[in-house]
Design a protein around this ligand. Sequence first.
Ligand code: FE
Length: 298
Amino acid sequence: MNTSAPHNKSRGLARVIPGVAASDGAGVKLRRSLGNSQNVRLDPFLMLDEFGTENPDDYIAGFPPHPHRGFETVTYMIDGRMQHRDHLGNVGDLGPGGVQWMSAGRGVIHSEMPQQDRGRMRGFQLWINLPAAEKMKPASYRDIPPAEIPVHDLPQGGRVKVIAGTTTVGAARIEGPINGATARLSTDPLYLDVELPPGSSFEQPITAGHNAFVYVYEGAVAIASRDGERPLPAQAAGVLEREGDTVRIVASANGARFVLLAARPLGEPIVQYGPFVMNTREEIETAIRDYQSGRLTG
Ligand code: FE
């Protein structure tokens, strides 16, 4: 007999997108899960790259000047240093624990170059789509130093870092530097970085209708749901079911470090040509023409 009140549904693991070895910029080695080919995306997330290496040959050439139009790029540095320079004259140093949130809008031309010739370089670059109405807005850019990104200890050990959106730990409500009050993003993103000791778990509410995924970069996890637990290995994007209002993530016997992302889908057509992501083929042709004639950035 089931007399329990209706309870929240926990989103299980719907599919796993393995990260595949890729190279970008002037030869930076990375692992691409979302975006590893056209149509491997999770609206509004277009791409997730994990870069992580001790070998300077894998990153030293960096990302020399290149354009973007129509979406946002979010770079989260875990180890190492990169410098961003763009056509607006912005220079930003991205160090361990820092984030750069750039909205390319109608156009940005920038470079992202390593500021070290030895040691470990590790982090993520995420691309989040913009709705049609915002694709041609002026570019904007925000450097978020580690001191502005709240980190909260978890009751079972480990910690959660809030880059975007909100989480709750016990009675504490923790807001990231990118949230509804500080940055009105149409996609209303959640971006958490979580570290769990062996066997412990982490639960997070996910807004109804938002798409969500988990990417493990150390250890392994299982995603718990009413149907049981499904394992998610490292270096793969675990896309969560659409239905449900929470997710519960259980660390393996070795513990885990992972990022958890969620956002409101746009439900618009996507036409992508490299660093230009628009709604139609005509808009892509315009972007290419604008870039070739020096009018990309307005
Ligand atoms: Fe870029």
